[in-house]
Design a protein around this ligand. Structure first.
Ligand SMILES: Cc1cc2nc3c(=O)[nH]c(=O)nc-3n(C[C@H](O)[C@H](O)[C@H](O)COP(=O)(O)OP(=O)(O)OC[C@H]3O[C@@H](n4cnc5c(N)ncnc54)[C@H](O)[C@@H]3O)c2cc1C
Ligand code: FES
Length: 531
């Protein structure tokens, strides 16, 4: 399994594990901003959402500057599994209940449009990123009711999805009935992003990596080095918006998800996508499901990429399974359903689940009209974020877009999404009850090498991690967003916030929003070393 020099080089990815994608595609050379600039649109974030917006705006003739604080794809896009689908995380029969039949049709159509947009862009710009149209198979988890399959077929067909029922799901070790979603797609996400960057730069766009936007408002951004980019429009594409303090975080919740990459004999499995319908024994808004695909690896093997075992951020799951043990669960499930040999990759990532299952793409609520955000993309971020390119570009160009209201971040459908909201609040409350409450600083000496704990000292909570050399790394355990207490993630060696998904390295550097500043970090002697 590959890990990086995290946190010495935390920019590499948002955790210590290296995904197959970051291992097989080199990031472009670091290019930090070193001057003040003026432009029409400034975009913060170099993942699939930021680059899709930049690409669409460049096509429409706008002047664009994009800043990314790591390298291109160093956020969740470098950790995805890159299924591009109309088979959504939320069942169509659930979406119909939340937003009604007409809006469900619009949702289905937007994901279809997103896949077509990615395919057309790849063909037009000749981007070599392994894009393939494949079928996707949804099969029943043993805890789900058999009639769910029929219900989903009927609702998805009503929504306009091309699909059929199958008596046998190809590729599985045991015969299982299921649904086949036609014309889904897959690609290598970082090759796709690097391809988009080339086109954006060739057409006059500017991309700066290793550049953190520390202040963001309607006039533009200021970087942590003090350089300013003035712009007429500001797009915050940081996965969880780092310019949001008061609204969005209460409409979505952060979940962690786990992936393994295992060798499988070449061409033994068909090129396809697979999902089970999720474990209904786990009390969650979306029953945690598994997602699988195949990617060419070498002459002898393909790579079987399988993920799942999601839980609300910071290990809130009642089963209290440790983060690192979740790979074992993904492995067990995968071995029981697919042929596979040695596991050569494992990594985890974070997804933002919106309350009503629909992403937030558009103008930032309670902000100036020229500030836009993209978030809440759940496990369908590859299509949500691609589609965001088209939608945000229309908004900036003053064009009508039939999806504007549906995806508006200002929408709030508490009456219809109330049961979902209640479920999420329950998960959230179960999290806050789990904070360990240590009584004294003496606990420091009991912390073993490689262990992280929350410790009460001097009437304050601290996050303490003792590294493998025995050195203590101490940070304030109050999240830099709205002061929730952080929890230790022993798998990615980070401090994670269960409230709205912010994450920090064990040395206190922010790696996921909505927080946009570092934690106070202390040396072993209690001297403030970073604020
Ligand atoms: C394990 C896993 C599997 C997934 N599988 C799928 C799938 O199969 N299909 C699917 O559709 N979706 C999937 N998703 C979801 C999808 O990958 C994400 O929703 C999508 O990649 C998010 O893209 P993004 O551009 O919004 O965010 P990111 O890729 O996280 O990009 C945001 C960028 O903003 C940068 N940034 C943050 N703050 C600042 C700042 N202040 N200044 C400058 N830069 C900043 C970050 O460094 C980051 O690179 C998966 C996600 C995970 C974690
Ligand atoms: S992310 Fe909001 S308090 Fe931590």
């Amino acid at each position: 399994m590959k890990t990086n020099n995290y946190p010495e080089d935390p920019k590499l990815t948002s955790g210590r594990h290296i995904s197959y994608w970051t291992d097989t595609e080199n990031p472009a050379k670091e290019n930090p901003l070193k001057e003040n600039l003026e432009t029409e649109v400034v975009i913060v974030g170099g993942g699939i959402s930021g680059l899709s917006v930049a690409y669409c705006l460049i096509q429409s003739g706008k002047k664009v500057v994009l800043v990314e604080d790591g390298f291109i794809g160093s956020g969740e896009t470098g950790r995805t599994t890159a299924h591009l689908v109309t088979a959504l995380d939320n069942r169509y029969y659930d979406l119909e209940k939340i937003v009604g039949e007409e809006k469900t049709k619009l949702i289905a159509e937007s994901h279809q449009v997103a896949i077509d947009f990615v395919e057309d862009t790849i063909k037009k710009e000749k981007i070599d990123c392994g894009f393939e149209r494949v079928n996707g198979y949804l099969f029943l988890h043993p805890s789900d009711k058999p009639e769910s399959i029929q219900k989903e077929l009927e609702a998805a067909v009503r929504a306009g999805i091309e699909m059929k029922e199958v008596d046998e799901t190809p590729g599985l070790l045991q015969n299982k009935k299921g649904l086949c979603f036609l014309n889904q797609a897959q690609l290598h996400p970082l090759k796709y992003l690097n391809g988009l960057c080339k086109v954006i730069e060739q057409k006059g766009g500017k991309i700066y990596t290793g550049t953190h936007a520390s202040k963001i408002n309607q006039e533009g951004i200021i970087t942590s080095e003090g350089y300013a980019i003035k712009a007429k429009h500001v797009v915050v594409a940081t996965n969880s918006p780092v310019n949001d303090l008061f609204t969005l975080f209460s409409k979505q919740y952060a979940y962690r998800t786990y992936v393994i990459g295992a060798l499988v004999k070449k061409n033994l499995l068909p090129k396809a996508l697979w999902w089970d319908t999720g474990d209904f024994n786990i009390n969650a808004k979306i029953p945690p499901y598994h997602y699988v695909r195949v990617h060419p690896y070498n002459d002898q093997y393909d790579l079987l990429i399988s993920g799942g075992e999601d839980h609300p951020n910071a290990n809130t799951n009642k089963s209290k399974v440790k983060e690192e043990d979740r790979y074992k669960l993904v492995e067990e499930w995968t071995r029981s359903n697919f042929p596979m040999e040695e596991i050569i990759y494992q990594w985890s990532g974070q997804v933002m689940e919106p309350m009503d299952g629909i992403a937030f793409i558009g103008r930032n609520p309670f902000d100036h009209d020229n500030v836009y955000i993209i978030t809440g993309d759940s496990g369908n971020g590859m299509t949500h974020c691609s589609f965001a390119g088209l939608l945000i570009s229309d908004l900036i160009n003053g064009k009508e877009n039939k999806w504007e209201k549906l995806y508006s971040p200002s929408r709030f459908t508490l009456n219809k999404s109330a049961p979902v909201f209640k479920q999420m609040m329950n998960e959230f409350i179960s999290y806050t009850k789990q904070f360990p409450n240590f009584k004294s600083a003496e606990i420091l000496s009991s912390i073993k090498n490689g262990e992280g704990k929350i410790v009460d000292m001097l009437e304050q909570k601290f996050g303490v991690y003792r590294d493998e050399t025995g050195l203590l790394n101490i940070v304030t355990a109050e999240c830099a967003h709205l002061k929730c207490t952080l929890a230790w993630n022993s798998d990615e060696l980070s401090w994670d916030c269960g409230c709205h998904g912010s994450r920090f390295t064990y040395q206190g550097k922010v790696i996921n929003g909505p927080a946009n500043s570092n934690l106070h970090a202390y040396s072993e002697k209690g001297v403030l070393i970073e604020a």
